[in-house]
Unconditional design. Structure first.
Length: 276
């Protein structure tokens, strides 16, 4: 807690940073609960239980580590002799991995990184303290033969996980990837013809890094989570939302549900509302 407080207060603009943190975590959750149809990225949706099969290797190792921990700690407590620091590392990594696993399934996929990080630490600590040092079962796990079998099985699973990951990464890129130079022509045309620092309306935040890579002399409307645009101006957010989701092209409006008198011409909205 002290480290978090120091990291927040030592920033050049600590109160601005805290406000951004509130928007990206708390207000984002509140808007989702309210049912506001924001165009969230996939990482802001919960992970479906069925999709855990994509990470089968890690899930198996993590679940096995949890089972061994519970069995040894609560069923064979006499076999566990750990220093206070080791106990803290083991319990903290285990509890945090379970908490972020629950958040991955119940709140947002964004929690997966933390589940994986603490899960990897927990797996390693369980292996080190309970299996490699013989606490798992003194008369079996303590023998070199059993430890060698465990190590061999772990390495075999690692190789299988690596091959599985590379295969699905390739399939994912073939299915959802796009040519890296698809916006090069538009970005370089803007760099040549638009004034430096002129504002460019990119209707999707996903397009920002590609445009910025080829043209960093202009400014772009959308580069971060859509919640920041929504908080800044709900009206401007909705105008851009209709273009991004391809609900309209020649017209837009500044409301969740458009009435006839609220419709605006796209060109006029870009010029007069966004000043882009």
């Amino acid at each position: 807690l002290a480290g978090l407080a120091a990291g927040a207060l030592l920033r050049p603009n600590p109160f601005g940073a805290l406000r951004l943190t509130y928007i990206q975590i708390i207000q984002l959750m509140l808007e989702k609960i309210r049912g506001v149809p924001l165009h969230f990225g996939m990482e802001l949706y919960p992970l479906r239980f069925a999709d855990l099969g994509v990470f089968w290797g890690f899930v198996i190792l993590w679940a096995a580590a949890l089972a061994i921990f519970v069995w040894v700690w609560f069923g064979r407590s006499g076999a566990v002799v750990l220093a206070p620091r080791a106990r803290t590392l083991l319990w903290a990594s285990g509890i945090l991995s379970v908490v972020f696993f629950a958040m991955t399934l119940g709140v947002a996929q964004r929690s997966f990184d933390l589940w994986a990080a603490f899960g990897v630490l927990f797996i390693a600590l369980v292996f080190s303290y309970f299996i490699d040092r013989g606490a798992f079962y003194k008369n079996i796990a303590g023998t070199p033969k059993f430890r060698g079998w465990i190590t061999t099985a772990g390495l075999a699973l690692f190789v299988a996980m690596f091959a599985h990951s590379m295969y699905w990464q390739g399939r994912y890129l073939d299915t959802f990837g796009w040519p890296p130079e698809r916006f090069r022509g538009a970005a370089e045309w803007l760099k040549t013809n638009a004034k430096p620092d002129a504002l460019v309306l990119n209707v999707s935040w996903d397009y920002f890094p590609e445009l910025f890579f080829w043209n960093s002399s202009n400014r772009y409307v959308s580069g971060m989570d859509p919640i920041f645009q929504y908080v800044y101006s709900p009206a401007l957010y909705w105008e851009s939302y209709y273009w991004e989701t391809a609900k309209t092209d020649r017209v837009t409006c500044a409301a969740t549900h458009c009435e006839a008198g609220e419709v605006k011409d796209t060109y006029d909205a870009i010029k007069n509302d966004f000043h882009a």
